[in-house]
Design a protein around this ligand. Structure first.
Ligand SMILES: Nc1ncnc2c1ncn2[C@@H]1O[C@H](COP(=O)(O)OP(=O)(O)O)[C@@H](O)[C@H]1O
Ligand SMILES: O=C(CO)[C@H](O)[C@H](O)COP(=O)(O)O
Length: 512
């Protein structure tokens, strides 16, 4: 190459598997997102509180979106691939074929989704053990974690699933296995959802005490006995078969994955805010709370030393930003709750018709409708008589009580569009109050938070963002790059490629 010629560009692909859809992005070596694609995924709810998906369907959606974002690019310039996903449980047999996680024996449905609450009796028994490991999940294990779901499978689907199972994967780790054939697990998923300790490894006494001693006996081969930090390069990279599926070249570096909330946290928490006059400009990164808000909301705060927050998951070492401890608060349904309240209201068909006529989303329409009816008052005052308690799917943080239910007070006989708009507003406010509740619990335990950094689907809703600012009394920062979760996933691919020495170096160049 002559001195004047430029080096060929280098690209990385990030794939983000959310609850409702799969997204992919092509990102260049400066961290700029050049192409985006998304594709819906299937969900089943065969009975109340049972939520299932198909790992084959999810992989097929990953292939669709990846092929789209690399169209027109010289594939030789694509250097790395990173995945993030929801923390759902994928079950495969010894030959890596899907196994049913349901009474119907439908093996297509081989994923117990993260929001599935079938394992209530199992998690209650796990919590009754008072095992010391529970202090690393806020004192109370959530029914959404993997241990209670595994125990449910053992107790309920012994012959059709448990005895035949060869591999239990967190969804992010399933994807990296599917791409590389390497069964190593990410430190992120094992630490955050499976009770693994970055310092001490698996705790035999926990698994024996809860009735899952089977894992100890076979040296954890079914749930992971090779653990790698997120961003580590896996095996020989993309296998020829996976390369064909994804429309990429074999051998491209594939990274150990992250959970979706953690990829979002990585994508926003270090953002360069210089020149905006924000209070956090001169403060350490530990003064920031990243809130990743999609179907659920996850509240990610980091610290130099471990902080134990009752009802808030963690502290987890190096599970999101290497070298930092992580606490993760959360609300199990936020986007899903707003959709539920709006779509279940009698005036929804009228709303849909009016929004369609204006070529707007129902939320854009509702936001402008609230502006119309608020008259001279700030919009928040429209709900002085109407209040929502948002724990329709239990409370993840800080009460850590899965038995809690939702509540609405102040209802009248009105079912018109004004009524729907005000109920929508009260729901958004309730969710923002939930964020404040979590932030206050984290501060009471030792965090010092001055600024919120939002990303995920709900951060595209200006009312949601404004209510978070009004109700927490803190500035809310949105990244210039809306798809921050995908930037987090691409950082993994960039790190695995060897073009950046570590996740932290890439993070420093792209984000901070
Ligand atoms: N432009 C938008 N305005 C308002 N709400 C939005 C917008 N885009 C997405 N959402 C809401 O965000 C939620 C989904 O967020 P997303 O991050 O896509 O979820 P997931 O990662 O769980 O699949 C849904 O409840 C949806 O209604
Ligand atoms: O527990 C979580 C992260 O630790 C998330 O709630 C879960 O992964 C679902 O994410 P999303 O709501 O974005 O689909």
């Amino acid at each position: 190459m002559s001195g004047g010629e430029q080096k060929p560009k280098r690209y990385y692909v990030g794939v983000d598997v959310g609850t409702g859809s799969v997204r992919a992005a092509l990102v260049d070596q400066s961290g700029v997102l050049l192409a985006f694609a998304d594709h819906p995924i299937e969900k089943w709810e065969p009975q109340f509180n049972h939520h299932e998906q198909s790992s084959e369907d999810i992989w097929a959606a990953c292939c669709v979106v990846t092929k789209k974002v690399v169209q027109g690019i010289d594939l030789n310039q694509i250097r790395g691939l990173g995945f993030d996903a929801t923390c759902s449980l994928v079950v495969l047999d010894k030959e890596f074929h899907p196994l049913p996680v349901n009474h119907e024996g439908d093996s297509r449905r081989n994923v117990i989704m993260w929001l599935d609450h079938r394992a209530v009796s199992q998690v209650n028994r796990i919590n009754e053990t008072k095992h010391s490991i529970l202090q690393y999940v806020g004192g109370v294990m959530s029914v959404e974690m993997q241990a209670p779901k595994l125990l449910w499978l053992k107790e309920n689907l012994r012959e059709t699933c448990w005895d035949k199972a060869g591999h239990f994967f967190d969804l992010p780790d399933f994807l990296s296995w599917k791409a590389t054939g390497v069964t190593a697990r990410s430190l992120c998923s094992l630490v955050c959802k499976w009770t693994y300790s970055a310092e001490k490894g698996w705790d035999d006494s926990f698994w024996k005490m809860v009735g899952l001693e089977d894992f100890v006996a076979d040296n954890y081969s079914k749930i992971g006995n090779q653990v790698l930090p997120p961003g580590a390069s896996l095996g020989n990279g993309l296998t020829p078969e996976a390369a064909r599926d994804l429309g990429l070249l074999p051998g491209i570096a594939v990274a150990a994955s992250l959970i979706d909330a953690h990829a979002g946290g990585l994508g926003v928490i270090g953002a360069d805010v210089r020149g905006h006059g924000l209070v956090c400009e001169g403060q350490p990164v530990t003064s920031r709370l990243a809130v990743i808000c999609g179907t659920s909301s996850c509240h990610m705060g980091i610290s130099k030393d471990p902080i134990f927050v009752p009802g808030v998951w963690g502290p987890y070492f190096s599970a999101m930003v290497p070298g930092f401890w992580l606490n993760e608060g959360g609300q199990s349904v936020t986007g899903k709750l707003i959709d539920h309240m709006v779509q279940g209201h009698a005036a929804f068909p009228e709303l849909q018709a009016k929004a369609t006529a204006r070529c707007q989303s129902v939320y854009a329409y509702l936001n402008s409708h609230l502006d119309l009816i608020k008259k001279a008052q700030p919009v928040g005052f429209l709900t002085v008589d109407l209040h929502v308690w948002p724990d329709f799917h239990g409370n993840r943080s800080p009460l850590a009580d899965l038995t809690l239910k939702g509540m609405v007070t102040g209802l009248t006989l009105s079912q018109d569009l004004d009524d729907l708009a005000i109920l929508y507003l009260a729901t958004v406010q309730a969710i923002a109050l939930g964020t404040r509740f979590i932030k206050e619990a984290m501060e009471a335990a030792g965090h010092s938070i001055s600024t919120l950094f939002l990303c995920g689907g709900l951060s595209k809703n200006p009312l949601f963002v404004q209510m978070h600012a009004d109700i927490t009394g803190m500035p809310v920062v949105l990244s210039q790059e809306v798809e921050s979760v995908l930037v987090g996933a691409a950082i993994l691919g960039a790190c695995a490629s060897g073009d950046f020495a570590s996740v932290q170096v890439c993070w420093g160049r792209w984000i901070a």
